[in-house]
Design a binder for this molecule. Structure first.
Ligand code: FAD
Length: 324
């Protein structure tokens, strides 16, 4: 079932969802499934699975030469979505990115998803890989998420990227997809956007091109979300906006999260974490902060709370136990 259908059915009740990462290459799926199980009691209507593109690594060869190899450290997004859906009977939302994909490959991935009974996708541009100075699109792919969204929406209307495929050999119309399309929003602005107004303009463009709902980047100050939501509504964006949250779990996140996700940690949270003697104490602070954020967002009437697990489910379980 589509994410938007779940939100409509909930009729004003806040839903619980979360995001998982595929295991690293060489690991089995068992650990991931074991991490999901304790969260099922909170009845997530959907679970997101992130997509991790290839990276270039350089391997030394005898004689001092270097070999450039392409490596995907976390493959398997589509397979994991199908496995979770089969095992737990929960809808899954694979993340689909522009980076590394031609339009033809995107189309084929969407067809695979349909054959697997998956009818949701979160359409993203993806970040530059480490060896790129900035995001470089595939020569036959999309430079921004709005192009990817437009392609998915076109397939929803039975239009293929190569229009020769719009009809079957016997002249009948080709199969049209029916994907529910999610897109990313940034309460504290995407790091490349010159200003919040520009970021909002492109977010609106993504919605106009077919996005059915927005999931936000994580934030730790609800005021940022409330202001973002207000700006979206004032700009005429009417689709559901799902806030993304993460309980802090380690001292190193004090610097790693702002560096990786370009977000602010409020002073009182940063100070409380900095005073923690160990990561167990940080986890407790993280849970209490996330719980307070969640309660306020629920009271505000958000349709769903979406938690970034980043491989660590226990803190989310402790937050959810108080709320759902
Ligand atoms: P876009 O919407 O394309 O925006 C990128 C930048 O370009 C923004 O600054 C925007 O303002 C600007 N822009 C947008 N459209 C245009 C246009 N037409 N012309 C000019 N400028 C434009 N990354 C992964 O690799 N895998 C994942 O699984 C993943 N999951 C994520 C889940 C969520 C909820 C979020 C918030 C992010 C996720 N990311 C993931 C990270 C995401 O890929 C990066 O933040 C990326 O840098 C931007 O992706 P986007 O889809 O927001 O890009």
């Amino acid at each position: 079932m589509k994410v938007t259908e779940h939100l409509t059915r909930a009729a004003g009740k806040t839903l619980f969802s979360f995001e998982v990462l595929p295991p690293r290459k060489g690991e089995t799926i068992d650990n991931l499934l074991r991490n999901i199980e304790p969260l099922l009691e909170f009845k997530p209507p959907f679970i997101d699975v992130t997509y991790h593109r290839e990276e270039y690594v350089f391997r030394h060869r005898p004689g001092g030469l270097l070999d450039k190899k392409t490596v995907r450290k976390r493959p398997g997004t589509v397979g994991i979505c199908a496995a979770i859906k089969n095992r737990f009977n929960v809808d899954t939302v694979p993340h689909l990115i522009c980076g590394g994909f031609s339009k033809e490959e995107t189309e084929n991935a969407l067809i695979d998803l349909n054959f697997l009974g998956i009818d949701n996708v979160l359409a993203l541009r993806g970040d530059p890989i480490k060896t790129e100075p900035h995001f470089l699109p595939h020569p036959e792919g999309h430079a921004y998420a709005d192009g990817l969204i437009a392609q998915i929406q076109a397939l929803n209307e039975g239009r293929y990227h190569d229009h020769d495929q719009d009809h079957q050999p016997d002249g009948t119309e080709a199969w049209a997809a029916d994907f529910c399309i999610g897109t990313a929003g940034y309460p504290e602005k995407h790091f490349e956007a010159p200003n919040p107004g520009s970021d909002l303009k492109y977010l609106k463009q993504k919605v106009e091109r077919g996005a059915d709902y927005i999931v936000t980047q994580m934030f730790f100050d609800n005021e940022e979300f409330f202001k973002f939501e207000q700006r979206c509504r004032a700009a005429g964006i009417t689709v559901p906006i799902i806030p993304g949250l993460k309980p802090l779990t380690a001292l190193k996140q004090l610097t790693a999260l702002p560096r990786t996700f370009y977000l602010n940690l409020p002073e009182s949270l940063a100070e409380a974490v900095a005073q923690c003697p160990d990561n167990e104490a940080v986890r407790q602070v993280g849970i209490e902060w996330c719980l307070a954020q969640s309660r306020e967002l629920m009271a505000h009437g958000v349709p769903c709370l979406h938690y970034y697990s980043m491989g660590k489910a226990e803190s989310i379980r402790r937050v959810a136990r108080e709320l759902f």
